[in-house]
Design a protein around this ligand. Structure first.
Ligand code: XMP
Ligand code: MG
Length: 172
């Protein structure tokens, strides 16, 4: 797997701090439930909530939209549900990356059926130019060009999640 560094630990930490500060300001005095989308978001979410200065509760859901490769299967299957009631609550969904928009637009509708008071989305990365389904995240750390990225929770066939930096895979 040949790869090039895209974002260093320092760049990530700085940007996550900035986004965490904005979220903290937006939710001051409210009871926030942060829902991480497994598996890709777990490292980002851990850093994000520790950089926020408001209390929150956490839960996780798992959406499978990708097979073993780089192309979206184009449909979404929820393979793990949250375990918290979100009715009447303020919800922040945390996702690793918005690509075609398929996963998040499905997931947001799936959660909205449970009548939260509010629901916003925070994505670590946004591949804006690849959108097939209209979707805008409320908070984004970095907008990136096309190209498959790994590290900081993101994987290629389950490899490279553990890397503290973000890398872009070189085209074969
Ligand atoms: P869609 O197309 O539904 O895709 O917006 C969102 C999901 O696709 C995965 N994805 C990636 N994973 N590097 C990854 O490791 C990438 O460059 C990439 N692009 C999309 C990811 O699981 C995300 O939740
Ligand atoms: Mg994902």
């Amino acid at each position: 797997m040949r790869k090039e560094i895209l974002f260093s630990r320092e760049m990530i930490a700085k940007r996550v701090q900035e986004v965490a500060r904005r979220i903290s300001a937006d939710y001051t005095g409210r009871e926030l439930i942060v829902i991480g989308i497994l598996k890709g978001s777990f490292i980002f979410m851990a850093d994000l909530i520790r950089a926020m200065n408001i209390p929150c509760r956490v839960d996780f859901a798992r959406a499978a939209s990708y097979g073993a490769g780089q192309e979206s299967a184009g449909r979404v299957i929820m393979t793990k549900d949250i375990e918290t009631s979100i009715k009447g609550k303020d919800i922040l969904v945390v996702e690793d990356i918005v690509d075609t928009g398929t996963t998040l637009s499905y997931l947001v509708e799936w959660l909205k059926e449970r009548s939260p008071q509010s629901l916003k989305v925070c994505a670590f990365l946004d591949k804006r130019k690849r959108r097939k389904v209209a979707f805008e995240a409320d908070y984004v750390c970095f907008t990136i060009e096309d190209g498959f990225v790994v590290g900081y929770g993101l994987d290629f066939n389950e490899q490279a999640r553990f890397l503290p930096e973000v890398y872009v895979l070189e085209k074969q």
